[in-house]
Ligand binder design. Structure first.
Ligand SMILES: *[C@@H]1O[C@H](CO)[C@@H](O)[C@H](O)[C@H]1NC(C)=O
Ligand SMILES: *[C@@H]1O[C@H](CO)[C@@H](O)[C@H](O)[C@H]1NC(C)=O
Length: 253
């Protein structure tokens, strides 16, 4: 009964969690994914949990040696983070895979949430997956500061894909790093399309004490999009880059 209740809570949470899952966080507010067609799925819930918890859990295990049971460890997580939700999702995953395995994969995850959730059996793995861009356009080609540029692309997968990431990197004239990555849930064979928007306007919420804020100076902005199995650049198993596409847009005065 309790397990069932936890599942329902986790599923409900996944709806709220799923829409914005991303973990590269530099000047990323400018970049938004348009079709957030994420289903009722434990995978995004787990990824979000892992992003927020892996580090804290590792510290808890190191500092306090709390490793007795799922209950003790997950309650300590809830207390340390002040989030009962994280504690609940922790219990859910830990109860399913067992405390020993839970800790074992935490220690091996090396802060890779996708690999972690694959090992926790919360996200599907596909080692025979593939994906190739079939179209890739950036519109408009040129615009003034304040323009929203749309990166519109489609891709085809013959064997389906594993749990992965869509990563967007933009080389800017002021050399300030700009990019983000979105959770890209495992896909069945087929052709899919995505729209990513980039608002070329200084972000009023960007805090310059946390890192440089993109100024959106006139010039050429080179865009690279990666379709990755697992986390882009991860050295873990079940990880690779399926395909890369490049394009650019220009800001005028
Ligand atoms: C698709 O799956 C088949 C069977 O597992 C495999 O032989 C083939 O290499 C895969 N294709 C790609 C593009 O990975
Ligand atoms: C964009 O790519 C072009 C051609 O490869 C290159 O000349 C230019 O320096 C690049 N711009 C930035 C901002 O990286």
């Amino acid at each position: 009964m309790l397990k069932k209740v936890l599942f329902v809570i986790a599923l409900t949470l996944s709806i709220t969690f799923a829409s914005g899952t991303k973990h590269i966080t530099y000047n990323q507010n400018a970049i938004q994914r348009q079709n957030k067609n994420v289903g009722l799925d434990l995978c995004p819930t787990c990824i979000r949990f892992a992003e927020e918890s892996i580090n804290v859990l590792l510290n808890l295990i190191l500092d306090t040696g709390i490793i007795g049971s799922c209950g003790t460890l997950c309650q300590a997580l809830a207390t340390r983070t002040g989030s009962q939700i994280l504690g609940t999702v922790c219990d859910l995953i830990c109860d399913i895979i067992g405390i020993d395995e839970f800790i074992h994969i935490l220690e091996k995850a090396d802060l890779d949430p996708i690999w972690y959730c694959e090992m926790a059996t919360m996200c599907p793995v596909n080692d025979h997956g593939d994906a190739k861009f079939s179209t890739f356009n950036i519109m408009p080609a040129t615009g003034r500061q304040g323009t929203t540029f749309t990166i519109d692309f489609s891709y085809k997968t013959v064997n389906g894909t594993g749990t992965g990431e869509l990563e967007i990197d933009i080389d800017t004239p002021d050399k300030i790093p700009l990019g983000t990555a979105f959770l890209w849930e495992a896909k069945k064979p087929g052709t899919y399309s995505e729209k990513i928007t980039v608002k070329a306007q200084p972000d009023p919420q960007c805090d310059p004490t946390q890192g440089p804020c993109e100024q959106w100076l006139p010039g050429t902005y080179n865009v690279t999009v990666y379709l990755c199995n697992g986390e882009c650049g991860s050295k873990h198993p079940h990880s690779s880059i399926y395909d890369v596409a490049k394009g650019s847009f220009m800001l005028t005065r």
